[in-house]
Design a protein around this ligand. Structure first.
Ligand SMILES: Nc1ncnc2c1ncn2[C@@H]1O[C@H](COP(=O)(O)OP(=O)(O)OP(=O)(O)O)[C@@H](O)[C@H]1O
Length: 308
């Protein structure tokens, strides 16, 4: 569905994307993760055909986006981070305009605009000029216009930024449901927020691809994978925790006295032993969490390593 080969981009004589290659199939949802300035937006723009690579190739459905740009673009929906063009139009008129550009007329155009507006819950703001909307809603409009033509490939650049947490959850569920129908690449600085949505993670730093791995693998690579964080009213007996089988170390929370994170050795499950210790010692615990792994730390760590 998507084949990226040795993609490189120079901007103002500076290398912004260096020799990036990967491919993705239908029903894959790829997270493109990296710190600020890592190159996520530039890479998405090249895949969308919005800017040309300095070298390398993008193929969508087997079509080179440079030599077959018209047909390749028909297969792509792109939600840019910068929002939509024509911000003075109302939401409805912008969606109608994009639907017309995509070749839809009459009842079919109405159906597509209505469907996209419903999916993004844009009904209450359909008649508002886009430039009067808050940033989160502008993102939703940009998302809706990317969906109008049921693309084979959907490219999303920070789709949830600026939205309240419950709205972010809705966007995640929408992305998850769309992944059944298409190939999705979603760029974000927040890897953790997309952990349950993406099947695969691409980590980019300094314009280079630092990791291309299934999401569960990235989670497993976190030193907090299967760690247990517990918070208590009074100080805990850290030695008793440290000598439990499979414990790799203990981190005390400098900002939360009484909160400790017990790290697990790879392949060990320490949660049951910690529960048994709490019961034996009759510790009064406020919270006890088995951690899935701290993905943003992993992305940060990979980026730091690559910059040295
Ligand atoms: N038009 C441009 N001219 C020169 N450099 C640019 C241009 N656009 C982006 N850059 C640089 O390219 C690098 C990658 O930028 P890009 O916006 O792709 O990163 P990003 O990962 O999307 O960042 P963010 O998370 O902040 O959106 C940055 O160092 C940025 O300063």
């Amino acid at each position: 569905m998507i084949e990226i080969s040795n993609l490189t981009k120079y901007l103002n004589k500076k290398s912004v994307i260096s020799d990036v290659s990967f491919s993705a199939k239908r029903q894959e949802c790829l997270g493109l993760f990296g710190l600020e300035g890592a190159g996520k937006t530039t890479l998405l723009k090249m895949i969308a055909g919005a800017i040309q690579p300095s070298s390398g190739q993008v193929r969508i459905l087997g079509l080179d986006t440079h030599t077959h740009s018209y047909h390749a673009r028909k297969a792509i929906g792109y939600q840019p981070e910068s929002g939509v063009s024509h911000p003075t139009l109302s939401v409805k008129n912008l969606l109608r305009f994009i639907a017309t550009v995509r070749g839809f007329q009459g009842a079919e155009r109405r159906r597509r605009v209505d469907h996209a507006a419903s999916r993004l819950e844009l009904w209450p703001v359909l008649d508002y000029p886009i430039n009067t909307l808050p940033p989160g809603l502008k993102r939703k409009v940009a998302f809706a216009q990317a969906l109008l033509h049921d693309p084979d490939v959907l490219l999303l650049d920070e789709p949830s930024e600026g939205l309240a947490p419950h709205q972010q959850g809705k966007i995640s569920r929408l992305i998850q449901s769309l992944a059944d129908e298409m190939t999705i690449i979603v760029a974000s600085r927040d890897c953790e927020a997309l952990a349950g949505v993406c099947t695969r993670a691409l980590v980019i730093g300094g314009g280079r691809l630092l990791a291309d791995t299934p999401m569960p693998e990235l989670q497993r690579s976190s030193r907090h994978f299967r760690a247990v964080t517990l918070a208590a009213e009074s100080a805990l007996d850290l030695l008793a925790l440290a000598v439990l089988p499979g414990v790799a170390g203990i981190e005390e929370d400098r900002h939360g006295p009484g909160t400790v994170t017990v790290l697990a050795m790879p392949g060990h499950s320490i949660y049951p032993a910690i529960c048994a210790l709490i019961a034996n010692r009759r510790w009064e615990i406020h919270s006890l969490n088995l951690e899935p792994g701290r993905l943003n730390d992993v992305v940060h760590h990979l980026s730091q390593e690559a910059s040295h």
